[in-house]
Write a protein that binds this ligand. Sequence first.
Ligand code: ZN
Length: 528
Amino acid sequence: MKRSVLGMLVAYGALAAPLGAQGTEWTLLIRNGTVVDGTNSGRYRADIAVKDDRIVALSRTPLDARRAARVIDADGLIVAPGFIDMHAHLEPLMQRPDAKSHVTQGVTLALGGPDGSGPFPLSAYLDSAQAKGLGMNVAYLVGHNTVRRRVMGTADRAPTSAELQQMTDLIRRGMGDGAFGISTGLRYVPGFYSKIDEVIALSRAAADSGGIYTSHLREEGLGLMEGVAEAIAIAREARIPVVLTHHKAVGQPMWGKSVETLRMVDEARAAGLDVMIDQYPYTASSTGLAVLIPPWALAGGTRELEKRVADPMLRDSIERGIVEYLKTDRGGGDTRRVQFGRVTWDTTLEGKTLFDWAERRGVGTSLEAAAKLVIEGELKGGASMIYHVIDEGDVRRIMAHPQTMIASDGRLTGPGDGVPHPRAYGTFPRVLGEYVRVQRVLTLEQAVHKMTGMPAKRLGLQGQRGCVAVGCFADITVFDADRVGSPATFTQPHQYAEGIPFVVVNGQVVIDNGQMTTARPGRALRRK
Ligand SMILES: [Zn+2]
């Protein structure tokens, strides 16, 4: 009832434009809330007025509700800038333009194209994404793997100088199209085949246009230190701001090593390098099954892998490589730690583990038997996997570091879409619930800062996004600090966040009393 009266006021205001202060001067008023503004300073009560897509007034004394077309009463709730996700797998955006699994977490801007991936050519992609009608704002990185694959396929060698020039041109073109920087996935094909010189050259091209570099390290297990050192060397040589993305230490031999990686980050910063971190708040990673296979065996694609495993000598060393990864890296020494996420060729495996599969097949539970199954699974088309191989102590230590931002690494998803990592639904609410309210690893102000002001600054969007102040875009998330959390689990991930009743994107309400509206105000952002 109340809504329809307000709706009439909007209509009337539109017809009688000069109505001004008596009618619909503001399109939205969020009143009585407690503002946590993303700067890491203390909270305060304030009313926030929005006109169209911007915050136009912020007042510690009450603002007149009659001046607004729509009023949200945020009494007892936290009013924060919309969350910014520094690492999002947005590939299904054309199928899921509402981005519901992200928006329900309070995310109003997500950075796509991580891990060396990303759409190309970017400009046309941004145009078609925009035309779809988006539930949140999106921005993109240009991917090293994407451009390398276009120029060199999956060749396991250094580029010729002509090829390097071509790749550089593609990076420049992506930056010209509005990318916010370059990403690498040096653990993946074909990025794995590149040497540091190549990455430095391409990062320089991105830096020339003011871009950043986000790095999925070459190794996150036994080679973690070398991986961090390489990223820091790229920051130095290419003079580019670096983000060590989804930072973690994988596999038991490396647990606790975040003490050292964080020290390396501190030392790099002390030496004047701009190095930051992002992280998701879980003790499991998620990536393809292929990560268990030595990268040399994957050169040239599945066909070539098939040929190699047909050769007994090569097969033997591939299997030994997989056993090694299962022992010390993403297998965590126990095939029960390796869980299937999405398996197109056998959906009954989704949510089950490599241990379960071996048992079902009656091949025994040795790592050697599991290695054969990994090859079989990859040849059948691969799978997305969840690897339970991260230590909770490292998660807390990395989160508490002052340079760490929050990022989901989640893929846009929806009910029925396999058994994905729960980070796709729960990253931001989990930090606010589990790591702020329960474990007290962060204060609420710190956590919100890591989700808003810090990433906005990293992207060069300070004063526009990730802020609650006059002049900022009205990207706003309203949540209940006592209830916010994620019920999504590793076996039942398809559950939306709780305790986030309102999300506003560019001034329009996309989550209203916990329900997604039909508004699609998101924008495909281009770096200026
Ligand atoms: Zn990654």
